[in-house]
Design a binder for this molecule. Sequence first.
Ligand SMILES: O=C(O)c1cc(C(=O)O)c2c(n1)C(=O)C(=O)c1cc(C(=O)O)[nH]c1-2
Ligand SMILES: [Ca+2]
Length: 574
Amino acid sequence: MLALSALSGAQAATVTVTDAMLANTAKEPKSVLSFGMGTQGQRYSPLTQINTKNVGRLSAAWSMSFGGEKQRGQESQPLIHDGKMFVTASYSRIFAVDLKTGSKLWKYEHRLPDGIMPCCDVVNRGAALYGNLVIFGTLDAQLVALDQTTGKVVWKEKIDDYAAGYSMTAAPLIAKGLLLTGVSGGEFGIVGRVEARDPMTGQLVWVRPTVEGHMGYRYDKEGNKTETGISGTTNKTWPGDLWKTGGAATWMGGTYDDSTGLAYFGTGNPAPWNSHLRPGDNLFSSSTVALDVGTGAIKWAYQNTPNDSWDFDGANEFVTFDMDGMRYGGKADRNGFFYVLDAANGKLKNAFPFVRKITWASSIDLKTGRPNFIAANRPGNPTKGAEGAKGSTVFAAPAFLGAKNQMPMAYSPQTKLFYVPANEWGMDIWNEPISYKKGGAYLGAGFTIRPLFDDYIGALRAIDPKSGKIVWEIKNNAPLWGGVMSTAGGLVFYGTPEGFLKAVDARTGKQLWKFQTGSGVVAPPVTWQDGDTQYVAVVSGWGGAVPLWGGEVAKKVNFLEQGGSVFVFKLSKG
Ligand SMILES: O=C(O)c1cc(C(=O)O)c2c(n1)C(=O)C(=O)c1cc(C(=O)O)[nH]c1-2
Ligand SMILES: [Ca+2]
């Protein structure tokens, strides 16, 4: 029996995913092998069959439900390979689907313990492919690798203790034959880090913490570890012992650029939120950290929000691109500024606002790379504040859910523009005393989110990284929470919480097509070519942080229904 099934054509058909294929995935439009549609994260496809002239004829080819009662935030980006779609779903589930028919080939439901502690819904953003495996992270902070053909578990590794607040929501990244992953848990005082593993076995290769003062390690084949030096030079940017529970979670995973050999991981908020408890810059929180993939050494780090006081996680994706013959990286930060850095050395080239209202800083100093803080707009010190134990309340914009959050932007080398899903909102924020307790929320702050404008919160913005100009924008009533894709067909695709997948002209922002998916879209679309047909897919299912933490805004959008399904589209005959 075993020998027979091993010989059968269908079983043996898995095409092994190699480093060369992954390096080419942005140029190879027949598959989608990684989160970001290429490790640089540009989310750009060279396909042109679907274009500005004919996108009006885009029609549903099939849809598949994730089923059950687990209809919560679906933030997953599907992967496409060898006739199959691999798509993760809420509550740490993954499905393999037949691309031609839309029928389910297998599913894996991870058994989650009762005590998991994701801060912001039971989400998962996607998987990674390598060899014959599909690998994803779970809400109880494990990694699971399954056989692409059978769905059988090949290896499983525990990343860390979920009872201490660790979880995993991001898609893993493959770079130079290594599996690179981050961790979630910044709201619980975990310590952020990047880990490299052998993707075929799950065995650790190196670990690099993202909080200054913690030791990095390298592992040999037997699992013996050797120290590779502390991250940073000292823990002097943290007072006392606070670096031991400093946050800086790498919760959105990373990008990788073959030309620099560096992996770029954003880091989340320093813990706790109350900044008066931790005077100093608190490295490497709210930063982009560039790691040498071979050694796990921090080659450079750039801090977007030193001594963050607003939950301005710097976790957002660093997307590398070419400008004036140089390789740069663009990052639309949660704090409201868009940054352009030299991808090789982290030197700041440009920084400008991409939302209308920013209260915490007036600008970013291009010489020093540091923000020009507006001191009066920092939430007050609870030990000194006029309002006693609470500290003084300030109005701050952006709100803590950010000018941008988990929803990834796209870059088009055709238009040389970034397409950023932005949100305009503010909050009243105040500080409170707090002390660390394992597995407890570690904030020391309270907040009330408020819209800034009557008619919209979300805005899809086309941004020129050179001039810092917003070339066009499309306002959206509810906060945008889904990702963006650009194509050589001159199109930009994006989803809305109101349930639509939309296609617009990449040059003008003119809407050309929309489709109602039946629930809010909080996931990034993808496209690929099978035979002579180009397809587009997106996952639908409202959820994520907004309905949980949005307060007044959550009430505004409580007409939205939850869901869980994936839709695939192609052109109907003209
Ligand atoms: O600091 C962290 O570890 C961490 C993790 C996550 C996560 O893993 O989803 C989010 C956040 N922070 C966060 O601040 C946030 O606003 C957020 C929104 C979402 C989401 O998926 O909608 N996740 C997270
Ligand atoms: Ca956070």
